[in-house]
Design a protein around this ligand. Structure first.
Ligand code: PLP
Length: 444
């Protein structure tokens, strides 16, 4: 068959996958010096992760480009601490590496670390947890990916709450499952309702396998209370769903208390908790976290880990052990600046009426409703970056329910944050004033 004919055939077959895929295939083919027969494509499973569309990080990349060009930008986009990993943790890492812990480490995690995590989870959740119920993983993101691989087969439905952490739908699609959002409403403080989850299950023509929850929540800062969690737990039991509980912000609670859904009656057998050293211990770059769940599921996940990562570096695990042994007092120290900055944000927001804050109950962000400016989150974030040199994440990066909001990471020192928020509020006030003075458009 002639290359041109084959191209037409391949493109025609691919039309079923939608125009974006055809474009991608066409580009790969055109770029290859040997023409179609030599062209390589990557799997649908991978290209399908973002579907070729935006991954929600466009503004972040734009801000990083501006910084690289030497332009002054206050960057309040990603959840990265403004402090580095504590020197005591680095010393432990260094000593472990120099002491020879540089070979392959035990795939499910070194025994001491698994035991330390199990003890911590037992104390914090009140649910007796054994080391065999803990798998050490390379960060919370990998934990989420693995948890969906463990619970969903190809084509199964996997629910997540919108607004959501930007990687959620791609993580689910990467596992071959169908990512199904359930909107949580601004008027409910962005806490999901069991009835909406129920409706999403009823609307899916296939086998529903899992629900992904995140409390304290990124991006909204909501901390789910007992009543909401009880209803969701009851629903998971009745509908026989796995609950994947993303608790990477468990140590950053400013109002209320963190309740791990695994601790609710009957939930330990159907919950996979994803935890991380990133946020609570300022160890984002070390890539270390855990999955806690029923022993059989953890044993199956160990098999996945064997074929995926073959464990994580022993010196990183030793450092994580040292960090955990520093106790909750250390975590409170790491969290303290965010509590303080959240209070600064609350004070500035209370002094004006244009921008409304979603109650900042936990995590390291302020989630702001900027709809009174007449712009959506993207439009507002764009202007804030262009006109005032301040980079925040548009709400739309976190789903439909987050439209008209922006997320501000509280990750610069107090003075810079106060300045940046002042600029944000000034721009919002200017836009709202202009909007108020414009004649109302006549409707036909
Ligand atoms: C809600 C949420 N889950 C998971 C992660 C992944 O964290 P990590 O992979 O650094 O542990 C993040 C990171 O920002 C997050 O915000």
């Amino acid at each position: 068959m002639q290359p041109m004919m084959l191209l037409v055939l391949v493109m025609a077959c691919d039309l079923a996958a939608g125009p974006r895929r055809v474009q991608r295939l066409g580009r790969l083919t055109a770029l290859h010096p040997h023409g179609l027969l030599g062209a390589m494509t990557v799997s649908h499973r991978i290209t399908h992760i973002t579907g070729g569309g935006s991954d929600g990080w466009d503004l972040f990349r734009k801000a990083r480009r501006m910084i690289a060009q030497g332009r002054p930008v206050i960057e309040l986009t990603i959840g990265e601490h403004d402090i580095r990993t504590d020197p005591r943790i680095l010393d432990a890492m260094d000593a472990a590496a120099r002491g020879g812990h540089t070979g392959y480490a035990a795939v499910p995690g070194i025994p001491d670390l698994r035991a330390e995590i199990a003890a911590r989870v037992t104390v914090q959740s009140g649910i007796e947890t054994t080391p065999e119920e803990v798998l050490v993983v390379p960060g919370g993101q990998a934990g989420l990916f693995m948890a969906h691989h463990a619970t969903c087969d190809v084509g199964d439905g996997a629910l997540y709450i919108d607004p959501y952490y930007a990687t959620y739908p791609g993580t689910i699609r990467g596992a071959g499952a169908v990512a199904l959002p359930v909107e949580a409403r601004a008027r409910d403080g962005f806490v999901p309702r069991a009835a909406d989850i129920e409706a999403a299950i009823a609307g899916f023509d296939g086998r529903m396998r899992s629900l992904l929850l995140n409390t304290p929540n990124n991006p909204t800062g909501a901390v789910y209370g007992r009543e909401a969690l009880d209803e969701i737990a009851e629903l998971c039991t009745r509908r026989d769903l796995w609950l994947i509980s993303d608790e990477v912000y468990e140590g950053q609670v400013w109002e209320g208390e963190h309740i791990s859904p695994r601790a609710l009656p009957g939930m330990a057998e159907r919950t996979l908790v994803v935890g991380s050293m990133s946020k609570g211990h300022a160890m984002t770059g070390s890539r270390v976290g855990w999955i806690v769940g029923p022993g059989e599921a953890i044993a199956a996940l160990e098999d996945l880990a064997t074929h995926m990562t073959y464990g994580i570096p022993g010196f990183i695990q030793d450092a994580a052990l040292e960090a955990l042994r520093m106790g909750v007092g250390f975590e409170t120290e790491v969290a303290a600046p965010f509590r303080r900055r959240r209070d600064i944000a609350a004070r500035l927001l209370a002094a004006q009426q244009v921008v409304h804050a979603v109650p900042m109950q936990g995590a390291m962000y302020a989630f702001l409703d900027i709809r009174a400016t007449g712009l959506d989150g993207e439009g507002f974030a764009d202007r804030l970056l262009k006109e005032r040199g301040i980079a925040v994440m548009p709400g739309e990066s976190f789903g439909r329910a987050a439209a008209g909001h922006v997320r501000v990471a509280l990750t610069v020192d107090d003075a810079r944050l106060e300045h940046a928020l002042g600029e944000l509020l000034a721009l919002a006030a200017q836009l709202a004033r202009k909007r108020g003075s414009e004649p109302t458009p006549r409707t036909a």
